[in-house]
Design a protein around this ligand. Structure first.
Ligand code: 5GP
Length: 114
């Protein structure tokens, strides 16, 4: 499996503004922020897309979502609201093939998305 830019961030081979880390999950600011808070929450173990997740990944994926909610809460967004997005493959716009959850908040967002 080809190493992605996110593996390099996990391994501290390239810099990122890391905002959360535990044994299983890393979160850092998106380099091209689309909202006042735009973080990427990723499992440290690489899963290319959500299509590649298996039942054994259920706990890990839960940890990613819980970390995202915890970060949102710590940033004062729990009541205001925020958005979690996982893009899968080309039509959804996935560009980095290490599963990641976008955490977007701090502004009003339209629905449905474009
Ligand atoms: P995707 O389009 O795959 O769902 O999201 C990939 C995200 O990774 C994009 O929002 C993009 O801005 C972000 N990204 C790509 N390269 C880097 C990088 O080197 N550092 C950081 N912090 N974010 C990156």
């Amino acid at each position: 499996m080809a190493e992605t830019i996110f593996s390099k961030i996990i391994n501290r081979e390239i810099p990122a503004k890391i905002i959360y880390e535990d044994d299983f999950v890393l979160a850092f600011e998106d380099i091209n922020a689309q909202a006042p808070l735009h973080a990427l929450v990723i499992p440290k173990r690489e899963i290319p897309t959500i299509n590649d997740a298996s039942p054994e990944d259920a706990e890990l994926l839960g940890k990613v979502l819980l970390a995202a909610a915890s970060i949102a809460k710590s940033q004062g967004l729990a009541e205001r609201g925020y958005r979690l997005v996982i893009n899968c493959n080309s039509e959804a716009g996935q560009t980095v093939f290490h599963l990641h959850c976008h955490l977007l908040g701090g502004r009003t967002m339209a629905w449905p998305p474009g």
